[in-house]
Design a protein around this ligand. Sequence first.
Ligand code: NAD
Length: 486
Amino acid sequence: MTKTIQPAASHHVGGAPLEDTAGAEMPVIHPADGRVIATLHAATPAVIDRALESARAAQADWAARSGTERGRVLRRAADIMRDRNRALSEIETLDTGKPLQETLVADATSGADALEYFGGLAASLAGQHIPLGGGDWAYTVREPLGVCAGIGAWNYPTQIACWKAAPALACGNAMVFKPSEETPLSALEVAAILTEAGAPPGLFNVVQGAGEVGHALATDPRVAKVSLTGSVPTGRKVYAAAAEGLKHVTMELGGKSPLIVFDDAEIEDAVGGAILGNFYSTGQICSNGTRVFLHRAIRDRFLERLCARLEGVRTGDPLDESVNYGPMISARQLEIVQGYIAKGLEEGARLVTGGRRLQREGFWLEPTVFADVADDMTIAREEIFGPVMSVLDFDDEEEVVARANATAYGLSAGVFTRDMTRAHRVIGRLEAGTCYVNSYNDAPVEMPFGGVKASGVGRENGTAAIEHYSQLKSVYVRMGRVEAPY
Ligand code: NAD
């Protein structure tokens, strides 16, 4: 029997739950069995308006507080999140279908890291003193942008809410966040925790709904910045909508990242990296290394070890902590991924393992590996966003770098080799925003994360995120007289 979770209300606005049943019904489905675990309502224009107004009202006072005070609220929220990690992880598991084994270590904990990190930075945000000729000088002031809109994807709902809220709030902004309509529950928990930690009412609001609600936020003149985590097609639309109002943007979009394994690599580590970069969260991770380029000399050994280790996949109730592999998020996503598997077979890739839907309730798909994949096959070109690994062979470094870069995307890239000179030489030539040497998919909050090319604009995490949630005011100070020509 699936647990149900009925939150106090669909939205969190002005520091409290808010309901408006006039909004379209949004059933929340547990992906492991397809059952409805909650029913929410999409935000009506009235709810969106109230959220934006309360964000605007809260922002000026928040920005006027000292950074130390703002940081204290964020760090308190981080502590509460850690204390409630298990309960939050269970909600995340019910909402996303991701195994509790994963959510216990990768979701609320990662959100708490962001709140703690940016809470710690808040007091040190400052401008610059710039000495100029003749005794004049200038200074810069780092100012908040105002009200920011956050729009999330469904794969890491708690993490995405916190990766956006933490730097935004640290810089003195307020936020209206719209989670993905597939996974609306955990952002409500983040909002309640921030309120409990002392965030003023309206500082962080959550409104539910699909694309139209996101569009309403991206086009509202009260919004100064839009931060989206989503697919490239959505990114194009949201970027264009934000451009109309000349708003700031952060675009965390999709990818088709290369993971390159040279013939001197430590094979077990490379297999481990490829498993994390293709099957963790059932492959629903933007930075996944889904084009696995194997040096021809180690291809067979790698595939043999990969298949042996995939025997360790355990499916079942995702709340059972021994389960390490979950379902796809939705029937629709399952269908999309099955379509790609069919295309792979049709275009002549060799199915090494997997490929089938599991015959049970919910949206389950086997971890799938294709070998003998050619660069021009659909499965090697398009983001699948599911548990499908494409293995491509290569012979030399020059060739693999060129092939790895032959994509419109540029989110991530990984290199496995024991030759450190080669590792850094290759990484230096790969067109990707977030790279890994002898590892894959680590995302510590201290390290900037984001893409180049079609994979995105801006960076989350690290001190780099501060640049994307603040603006500089430059002030010229003349110490002498003003000389004018007339
Ligand atoms: P999606 O693009 O379908 O939706 C993302 C969000 O945008 C949702 O909240 C959706 O409601 C909203 N949206 C849709 N149309 C909109 C519009 N016209 N205006 C405003 N908002 C709109 O993405 P998804 O299916 O939820 O997530 C999967 C995608 O997200 C994949 O492409 C994945 O690579 C990407 N992703 C990227 C990152 C990253 O950090 N780079 C992280 C996770 C996921």
